[in-house]
Design a protein around this ligand. Structure first.
Ligand SMILES: NC(=O)c1ccc[n+]([C@@H]2O[C@H](COP(=O)([O-])OP(=O)(O)OC[C@H]3O[C@@H](n4cnc5c(N)ncnc54)[C@H](OP(=O)(O)O)[C@@H]3O)[C@@H](O)[C@H]2O)c1
Length: 421
């Protein structure tokens, strides 16, 4: 699969360069996945950069109107201060936001040629942040083909760019791409480096797809002259620190919900929960993207960097339990193996009511990993923090107060039942 996709990466077309229509002085970002959790936070962070004049969000939608509505809804759902409209965000940040209906699987990204949006991107895009990906731990690798296709089509935008130097390319990957790698023998850490062995990826299609995607980005950074590419290898994301909103479709929220369904939670005191607040992750990814911008490198230089976007500090399981208890949820703590058996054999097997059911094999895999989890090297992340010391303070364990906000948010949305003891 890797070979098939890598053959489709184009080299930089010198002939494609055209004299730029100088209608933008600042930066123009292309962002995918703004309808999702991290994408909504990335959009806010990108708009907040003073150098940004335009953000083009590529969304799955049938029309421009629907694309715009979906992004607005995404911000609203995450309480990102735009209860009114995208127009407010545009005014407050002085940034034009263009939401386009797109199909990343098509070589022209499904953009209507008559409307000229593809030309606009080729002409104006200075940065591409590719964040859209199915966060699905049940899908096999074959189901990720369309996503890999989308990645190639976006990388090829860099090759075809009309600009003097191609846009910088940021890919949102996951630590699942290297879940099985051995730590470096000298540092005893997992390094911010590309892996050359597909067996290093987690066994799920998701992790394998991210391994292939990282490798394709590395190949593109060699083939496309002047490409500056950054892989944000992201750890477990959690709630945001302001409103406590945490994507309910994910594995941890589903696990915590079982406190109300099974009346118990597993004992995970020995598992380091390196949960990273999602708003912090977005700040770090945007800051890391700016470090590969023109300012730091010659325009002809090819750059390929992996940055571990992880929280070096663990949130104690004990704090999670405390937040649940202080939110007046009653449950017992049982060994992980017992909890997995209870989940498998419990009365509630409807995945709509008990979403943890769908992730049974994922949780079960934790019972086999009895060894200590390896630490992640974060030297590149620390380099980013040197440029943005204001972000340093954000890398903390998640507090009980924030976790309690999350539980309230889940009650308000109906994800958690409002039964208090
Ligand atoms: N959540 C985590 O803990 C975590 C950890 C490590 C890495 N990441 C990475 O961070 C990124 C964002 O994750 P998230 O947590 O924000 O997930 P999310 O809330 O599920 O959002 C996923 C986004 O990707 C889009 N998308 C999914 N499949 C797509 C497809 N086939 N074609 C086009 N767009 C597609 C979705 O669009 P629709 O709205 O149209 O479905 C949505 O905008 C992903 O790349 C993920 O791998 C997340």
């Amino acid at each position: 699969m890797l070979n098939r996709f890598s053959q489709r990466i184009e080299s930089r077309r010198e002939s494609a360069r055209r004299s730029r229509i100088a209608n933008l002085e600042g930066n123009c970002f292309v962002l995918t996945g703004a309808t999702g959790a991290l994408g909504a936070h990335l959009l806010i962070q990108i708009c907040n950069l003073p150098s940004v004049e335009k953000v083009i969000c590529l969304c799955r939608a049938k029309s421009l109107e629907e694309a715009e509505q979906r992004v607005e809804e995404s911000l609203r759902k995450r309480k990102l201060g735009t209860e009114k409209s995208l127009a407010d965000l545009e005014v407050s940040t002085n940034t034009k936001i263009l939401c386009l209906a797109s199909d990343l699987n098509k070589t022209d990204l499904g953009l209507n040629p008559k409307q000229g949006f593809l030309d606009e991107i080729l002409n104006e895009a200075t940065h591409i942040v590719h964040n859209a990906w199915p966060v699905n731990f049940s899908m096999g690798i074959a189901a990720f083909e369309t996503s890999l296709n989308g990645l190639i089509n976006l990388l090829n935008l860099c090759a075809f760019s009309y600009r003097q130097s191609p846009p910088t390319f940021t890919f949102c990957s996951s630590i699942a791409s290297i879940a099985k790698i051995e730590p470096n023998s000298e540092t005893n850490k997992i390094m911010e480096r590309i892996s050359n062995d597909p067996r290093h990826a987690s066994h799920m299609g998701y992790g394998r797809s991210k391994w292939i995607a990282e490798t394709l980005c590395e190949k593109a950074s060699k083939r496309i002259k002047g490409l500056r590419c950054m892989i944000a290898r992201i750890g477990q994301l959690a709630c945001d620190t302001n409103a406590g909103v945490w994507n309910e479709k994910e594995a941890w929220p589903a696990l915590l919900k079982t406190a109300q369904i099974l009346g118990c939670l597993p004992d995970l005191r020995s598992k380091p929960l390196r949960w990273l607040p999602i708003d912090t992750a977005a700040c770090l990814i945007v800051a890391a993207t700016m470090t590969i911008s023109d300012r730091n490198y010659s325009l002809k230089e090819n750059i390929f960097k992996i940055v571990h976007v992880v929280n070096p500090h663990s949130t104690g399981w004990i704090n999670v339990i405390e937040a649940m208890r202080q939110s007046r949820i009653t449950f017992r703590i049982v060994p992980l193996e017992t909890w997995v058996k209870m989940l498998a054999n419990g009365k509630e097997q409807d995945p709509f009511v008990n979403p943890a059911i769908k992730l049974l094999s994922f949780y079960n895999s934790w019972t086999e990993n009895t060894g200590k989890e390896s630490e992640m090297d974060i030297r590149r992340l620390q380099d980013v923090l040197k440029e943005r010391p204001d972000l340093m303070d954000r890398l903390r364990p998640i507090s009980i107060v924030v976790l309690m906000k999350t539980i309230e948010a889940w009650r308000a949305s109906g994800f958690f039942a409002d039964q208090r003891d």
